[in-house]
Write a protein that binds this ligand. Structure first.
Ligand code: HSE
Length: 414
């Protein structure tokens, strides 16, 4: 028998309970064990809820119950989630988690604690919602040297960008819809400013390259400065704008970044829309492989959590925690020294003079002008290092007839 305690009865926790209740028989069969929900920890009032008899506000009820051997952490954040995860692992209980912030921040330590206590710490649901990616990356693709991971890893921002581009919906209205659907974080700034994607690419990169990648070393930009105009212009040029999280192995170092980027419409990630996420992984043996599915939401995320519960129930007698190396962090490449290309949109008083000034800095370029934006000039830079390009672009501001730089966006090449 596998006795389960769910910590946190919010969007994901309640989804886990729903999925287990609905699929109980087939879940038991696949697990080879009876999966028994024994407790739900939440301090809020759930009077009248059908699961009321399982709900407690006291963690000791769970830790004093010898029948609980799998703890499901769906609280989110650090604080109590960290304390309770640590306590569960130290007490010899397996932990299944959807908590990307906790895995990205304390994953190395918690994996170590799990190993020392011969239990599992599983977190398939921490990246990509319902998409299987942690296990494929750490197990199915283990034969490969992974060279890059590129993804759309946040459902909320992808949903917002899709609503803005497709329906012309206002940013705040799209965000409110994403919150109502249960996609957004309690503090949606983590979605919008890219921190959620940053933590997720740190987790994937740690697995992909085998050593801890600290999310605090990943330059991160969100989508709060992306306007409807940016999306419209990108569309007119046959591009899409997506919040991209990527990492690459370059000369033994890891380069990682989160930023909004323009993708040509034929790029495999360009048409990933709404709450969907996708992750493109390149390995030396497999070449390219792509994972796609719902990246947020109650049931997709619960699907990944319950998948981990079944996996743990099948192999409760051993820890399988060689997900990444515990000794030291990955050394990171200088993000300024990595090659990229920018799309730049500037406000001009005289297009002719502006073209001349820009060409002086960047050499011969292709320019774009659109009748809907009569005072604006657009161009794609040459490929050069990020640091070089950002310096040259910022020198344009207020030069001659260039009155302002409206937008700079990196272009993600295929
Ligand atoms: N807020 C997250 C997202 C939830 O929108 O992707 C899933 O991790």
């Amino acid at each position: 028998m596998a006795g389960i305690a769910v910590l946190g009865f919010g969007v994901v926790g309640s989804g886990v309970v729903e999925v287990i209740r609905k699929g109980q028989e087939s879940i038991n069969r696949k697990a080879g064990e009876n999966i028994e929900l024994r407790h739900i920890l939440d301090i809020r009032d759930f009077s009248g809820h059908p699961e009321k008899r399982l709900i407690t506000g006291n963690p000791d009820v769970i830790f004093n119950d010898p029948g609980v051997n799998i703890v499901v952490e769906t609280i989110g954040g650090i604080g109590p989630a960290y304390e309770l995860t640590k306590r569960a692992l130290l007490s010899g209980r397996h932990v299944v988690s959807s908590n990307k912030e906790l895995v990205a921040t304390h994953g190395t330590e918690l994996l170590n604690t799990a190993r020392q206590n011969n239990v599992h710490y599983m977190f398939e649901a921490s990246v990509g919602g319902g998409i299987p990616i942690i296990k494929p990356l750490s197990e199915c693709l283990a034969a490969n040297e992974i060279t890059s991971v590129t993804g759309i890893l946040n459902g909320t921002t992808n949903y917002i960008l899709t609503c803005m581009a497709r329906e012309g919906k206002d940013f705040d209205a799209a965000l409110n819809d994403a919150r109502r659907e249960g996609y957004a974080e309690a503090n949606p700034e983590a979605d919008i400013e890219g921190m959620d994607s940053c933590r997720k690419i740190a987790i994937l990169s740690s697995i992909a390259y085998g050593g801890h990648v600290d999310y605090r070393n990943i330059p991160t930009e969100g989508i709060s400065h992306i306007s409807y105009e940016d999306l419209k212009i990108a569309d007119m040029m046959n591009y899409r704008v997506k919040l991209i999280a990527l990492s690459r192995k370059i000369d033994g170092k890891v380069f990682a970044r989160v930023c909004p980027a323009m993708l040509e419409s034929g790029h495999p990630l360009a048409n990933v829309e709404d709450v969907f996420n996708a992750i493109l992984v390149s390995g030396d043996a497999i070449g390219d492989v792509m994972f796609y599915g719902r990246g947020a939401g109650k049931l997709p995320t619960a699907s990944a959590v319950v998948g981990d519960i079944i996996d743990v129930a099948r192999s409760m007698d051993r820890s399988r925690m060689n997900i990444w190396n515990q000794d030291g962090s990955q050394s990171m490449a200088d993000p300024n020294s990595v090659d990229t290309r920018y799309f730049v949109r500037v406000k001009v008083r005289s297009s002719e003079e502006a073209r001349r000034l820009i060409s002086e800095k960047f050499g011969e370029l292709e320019f774009y002008e659109f009748p809907d934006f009569p005072d604006q000039l657009m161009f794609k830079t040459v490929i050069s290092t990020d640091g070089f390009l950002t310096d040259r672009i910022s020198e344009l501001r207020g030069t001659g007839s260039i009155s302002d730089i409206v937008t700079t966006l990196r272009i993600l090449e295929q």
